[in-house]
Design a protein around this ligand. Structure first.
Ligand SMILES: NC(=O)c1ccc[n+]([C@@H]2O[C@H](COP(=O)([O-])OP(=O)(O)OC[C@H]3O[C@@H](n4cnc5c(N)ncnc54)[C@H](OP(=O)(O)O)[C@@H]3O)[C@@H](O)[C@H]2O)c1
Length: 442
């Protein structure tokens, strides 16, 4: 019988993800040994507090608060990083790679922020850096892009890649679940979903949002993931700093209801497109046609939809977070590292440099205003939009109590033109209540 190879492993972190990985290794130990001829033996686990009660039974002596016990131990050839945060995680990943250890990380922030440094370190040292769990948990989208879709030029990619915000927006859209466009509510006096604040509160109660939800609701988490996905898809570094980002905190039930009437679902969408020799990459609330598969990705689920010149349209869909789904990706990466003998980092992710970013993109726009209720105001606003080259595809004026709620959906318009036009609409004409991107041509 073939002998079982032991991979001596160190963990950095034993929180939700670290403990989930520990459990999954325990559950699958026999099967992995039989199938792969490999056994993962966890020698040391870095934590902040060795006395903390944990819901996995890890032998106390292997817990440590000294990172060197993992990073400087020559027996440890594979490191699982699940600390979270940018530092010291990025530094620990770099040190592990320099000393020839392979690293599997779930940490998109450390990776997106230190992308070039970490990838170069892996290439120079010949160590493997794996990060499938860092983007969309269990969904195998990193390996799909870097391996299965190698023959393609990926032209555009759209993602619902943050489960917390998707849950919140789904709650706000709950009255319309399973329906097509909402019937015109004649001024929207009828059904409206819960407020952003109530939906966030519910997400926090269920453990789907952190007590400080900033990284999720302001789009930072999704931006890190988009930087990684777009970099791999376009084979050139799409830096985190180059991404446009807007969160979901300004979305109101009224926006959701109007969007529904117009045939759209609201999503925090990550968008990456090739435009000539530039790349456009942005994360923002977006109206997506109800007929598109992304519109029916609800709750805390994630999806990545992409278009390759040969493969055509593909959509990856599933659990983007949680201890077991993320552990699924971590353990798969550990097996991949074991198969490669924990060497071969130079194989991975060779880039052609940093790509130029398109910052003046074209999109359709939903513009909601509260106009002054006087003759000529509507014409004046339409005139300003027209002068800036923003043409109106549809317009609605509804009646209010002495106010005139007004909304426009534009044809394709340039971001700079829309900004200039809106900058010219002052208080004497209208208050701008919200502007939401409309992504029609997905
Ligand atoms: N949670 C998810 O669903 C999910 C999904 C995909 C990716 N991720 C990523 O996975 C990573 C870990 O997330 P998590 O939810 O498992 O976090 P977590 O529950 O807060 O766990 C963090 C662990 O790291 C330890 N730790 C943190 N900072 C440390 C330091 N400076 N020195 C020593 N130990 C330290 C903590 O020790 P103590 O236990 O002693 O406090 C804890 O064991 C993050 O990068 C996150 O973005 C999470």
């Amino acid at each position: 019988m073939e002998s079982i190879r032991t991979i001596t492993t160190g963990f950095l972190g034993l929180g939700n993800i670290g403990a989930g990985v520990w459990r999954l290794i325990e559950q699958t130990r026999g099967e992995i040994a039989a199938r792969e001829g490999v056994r993962f033996s966890v020698k040391r686990v870095l934590v902040r507090d060795t006395l903390k009660r944990r819901d996995v039974s890890v032998p106390k002596p292997i817990l440590t608060t000294d990172a060197d016990d993992v990073l400087s131990d020559p027996d440890i050839t594979l490191v699982v990083e699940a600390l979270g945060g940018e530092q010291p995680a990025a530094d620990y990943i770099r040190r592990a790679l320099i000393s020839g250890k392979s690293v599997v990380t779930a940490n998109k922030l450390a990776l997106a922020t230190h992308w070039q440094e970490l990838l170069e370190t892996a290439c120079v040292s010949g160590s493997c850096l794996y990060f499938e769990p860092g983007v969309c948990g269990a969904i195998p989208v990193i390996r799909a892009i870097t391996d299965s879709l190698q023959a393609n030029t990926i032209e555009r990619l759209y993602g619902i890649i943050n489960g917390t915000t998707n849950y919140i927006l789904s709650q706000m859209s709950a009255p319309y679940a399973g329906q097509g466009p909402a019937p015109s509510a004649g001024g929207l006096s009828g059904q409206c979903g819960v407020s952003y604040a109530d939906a966030l509160f519910e997400a926090q109660r269920l453990g789907l949002a952190e007590p400080d939800p900033t990284a999720d609701v302001e789009g930072g988490d999704a931006a890190c993931k988009l930087s990684i996905l777009a970099t791999l898809a376009f084979r050139a570094h799409v830096p985190l700093e180059g991404l446009f980002r807007r969160g979901i905190t300004t979305i109101t039930p009224v926006d959701v209801a109007y969007g529904r009437e117009l045939g759209y679902a609201i999503k925090l969408l990550a968008v990456a497109k090739r435009v000539g020799d530039k790349v456009e990459a942005r994360v923002h609330p977006t109206f997506v046609p109800l007929s598109h598969p992304l519109a029916s990705v609800n709750g805390s689920l994630n999806a990545v939809y992409l278009y390759g010149h040969a493969c055509g349209e593909l959509m990856f869909y599933g659990r983007g977070a949680g201890d077991a789904p993320t552990a699924s990706a971590v353990v798969s990466d550990m097996i991949a590292a074991a198969r490669s003998g924990c060497r071969g980092g130079e194989r991975a992710y060779r880039m052609t440099g940093t790509v130029a970013m398109e910052t003046d993109w074209v999109s359709r726009y939903f513009i909601r205003l509260q106009a002054v209720d006087q003759p000529g105001v509507l014409g004046a606003i339409a005139g300003i939009l027209g002068r800036h080259g923003v043409s109106i595809a549809s317009m609605r004026q509804t009646t209010g109590d002495g106010r005139a709620p007004l909304l426009f959906v534009t044809h394709m318009a340039r971001e700079s033109d829309v900004r200039s036009a809106l900058g010219e609409i002052d208080e004497s004409l209208a208050a701008i209540e919200n502007v939401i991107y409309v992504e029609e041509g997905i």
